[in-house]
Design a protein around this ligand. Structure first.
Ligand code: 13P
Length: 250
């Protein structure tokens, strides 16, 4: 059985004070989360605080992006070694906001996946179609293309070392969630596509749903066969909502 994973993607939100309060709230409720693995992906500058507050707890943490370079003259960038220095376990790669606002294409995302995985971080690979792509009926081709770019770069076994997050772009931050069946259909298509390469990897790889998942809709999404957790934006900034989602995963 795949262990569900709920990860908060705080994006560019929070302050030292608000994060302390948020983590205190999450930690206080973790005793009621039985099954799910729980992680938070923080802005870089808060990773030291997060590490300090979460060391020794069941919670894991991670970054939201990484550089493909190891070190050197890359102003503003953060390396895998730096993330590991703060004991990050996870790192998000290819979030749609990085793809659309910062020009990250499939090849760069695949490289980031490879660099993260080679360093011993677990990449959370974000894929998903835009509204235009969904309306054209090419959702499955888009997520297959995005996934295949990583398989081509790292191989199918290495893909299985990561986590996949299916995040339809039209559902991110819009309050418009994919229906459980819509999400399940895409998750199943991703898993089937992976199974064409390796059935074992397809059976084990965790595929999260992301896009306006919240305390009210998490349970029905997480009940679907191929939805193995959530990547949560807005609702991860409120401890009670985030915990409700974590508990809905078991
Ligand atoms: P929202 O939950 O705010 O829609 O964000 C989802 C997301 O982009 C997580 O990475």
């Amino acid at each position: 059985m795949r262990q569900p994973i709920i990860a908060g993607n705080w994006k560019m939100n929070g302050s030292r004070d608000s994060i302390r309060e948020l983590l205190d709230g999450i930690k206080a409720g973790m005793a009621e989360v039985n099954l799910a693995e729980v992680a938070v992906c923080a802005p870089y500058v808060y990773l030291a605080d997060v590490e300090q507050q979460l060391t020794g707890t069941k919670l894991a943490w991670g970054g939201q992006n990484l550089s493909t370079e190891a070190s050197g003259a890359y102003t503003g960038e953060i390396s895998t070694a730096m993330l590991l220095d703060f004991h990050c376990k996870y790192v998000i790669v290819g979030h749609s906001e990085r793809r659309s606002y910062y020009g990250e294409d499939d090849a760069l995302v695949a490289k980031k996946f490879a660099v993260a995985r080679d360093a011993g971080l677990i990449p959370i690979l974000c894929i998903g179609e835009t509204l235009e792509e969904r309306e054209k009926g090419i959702t499955e081709q888009v997520v297959a293309r995005q996934t295949k770019a990583v398989i081509d770069a790292v191989g199918i076994q290495a893909l299985g070392d990561g986590v996949i997050a299916y995040e339809p772009v039209w559902a991110i931050g819009t309050g418009k969630t994919a229906t459980p069946q819509q999400a399940q259909d895409v998750h199943a298509s991703i898993r089937n596509m992976i199974a064409e390469h390796d059935a074992g990897v397809a059976a084990k790889v965790r595929i999260q749903y992301g896009g306006s998942m919240n305390a009210a809709n998490a349970a029905e999404l997480l009940a679907m066969d191929d939805i193995d957790g959530g990547l949560i934006g807005g609702a991860s900034l409120k401890a009670s909502d985030f915990l409700t989602i974590c508990k809905a995963a078991g």
